[in-house]
Write a protein that binds this ligand. Structure first.
Ligand code: ADP
Length: 270
């Protein structure tokens, strides 16, 4: 879209100079439209679990004389509330990433630390799915960014790789340098994604059919968070996948020189 610049602030600096602050309003309109869509589909997605919680509350009330029934409905209610809470957390992450504000805590980030934190956050999920997460590749690479956001992005890819893999299989998390781009690749040998869905899986709330029938727990927001997180860091996400063969999601981020830590400057190994 063509940029339309408007002056949002004019500050006189001296008799002859004025500082003009310009803003691209086309971009602003686009962001506003995205925000409206987001609110619309988010409210829709929240209605389902909220409705379930409300029905379960009624069921508990009418089963008051039957302790076993009450326990059963209460357990289902807890599961719904957990799902609702995960959904709200993801909605907040995504809306923050989509907002125009600057990233909050930008610094030199060690990819080793990001990958370690992301893998550790999914140990329990991997164990209960009986999937082994295997790490490998180049060490000592750094990027500029917000560590928590990058960890969440890599973590979402690991969570999906585990969720869409068969028991007993392996998920690989590999790091390598491609020219001056750091690649973090998460590979699984799971159900894969049909070609017709591959460009849509990064959309908010989009879930491919096999995934929906296999696992009802997903929110359809994970990959959209990954995409926005990586784009905010000047990177991109690539996807290779074949149904029944598996998938590889690759996060590509611009390399930064390693920071000077206590006088030693570890150079990235190629
Ligand atoms: P969800 O919460 O449904 O996993 P995501 O945004 O993370 O939401 O993913 C969107 C959809 O992309 C999933 O519902 C699934 O259809 C597909 N998908 C994502 N990762 C994988 C994977 N590793 N293997 C197979 N399908 C995947």
């Amino acid at each position: 879209a063509e940029a339309r610049l408007v002056a949002v602030r004019a500050t006189p600096i001296s008799g002859r100079l004025t500082l003009l602050v310009l803003r691209d309003i086309t971009e602003r309109e686009r962001v506003e439209e995205m925000r409206r869509d987001f609110v619309a589909n988010t409210s829709h997605e929240l209605k389902t679990p909220v409705g379930a919680v409300s029905l379960l509350a009624e069921a508990i009330e009418s089963a008051a004389d039957d302790p076993a029934q009450v326990r059963h409905f209460a357990a289902r209610m807890q599961a719904e509330v957990a799902r609702l809470s995960a959904l709200v957390t993801r909605i907040l992450s995504l809306s923050r990433l989509q907002a125009a504000d600057e990233l909050r805590d930008v610094r030199d980030v060690s990819i080793d630390e990001v990958v370690t934190a992301a893998v550790e956050a999914h140990v329990i999920q991997a164990d209960s799915a009986q999937v082994t997460v295997v790490r490998g590749g180049t060490k000592g690479l750094w990027v500029r960014g917000e560590p928590q956001i990058l960890t969440e992005a890599v973590g979402n890819l690991i969570a999906n790789a585990i969720a869409y893999s068969p028991e007993g299989s392996k998920v690989g998390v590999g790091v390598k340098l491609d020219e001056d781009v750091v690649e973090i690749a998460v590979t699984d040998r799971g159900i894969g994604i049909p070609e017709s869905d591959q460009h849509r899986v990064f959309e908010r709330f989009y879930r491919a059919d096999q995934a929906r029938s296999r696992r009802t727990g997903g929110t359809g927001l994970g990959l959209s968070i990954v995409k926005h997180a990586v784009q905010r860091h000047g990177g991109e996400v690539r996807l290779w996948s074949k149904p029944d063969r598996g998938s590889t999601f690759t996060i590509r981020l611009p390399l930064t020189e390693a920071p000077d830590l206590e006088g030693v400057r570890p150079k990235p190994r190629r």
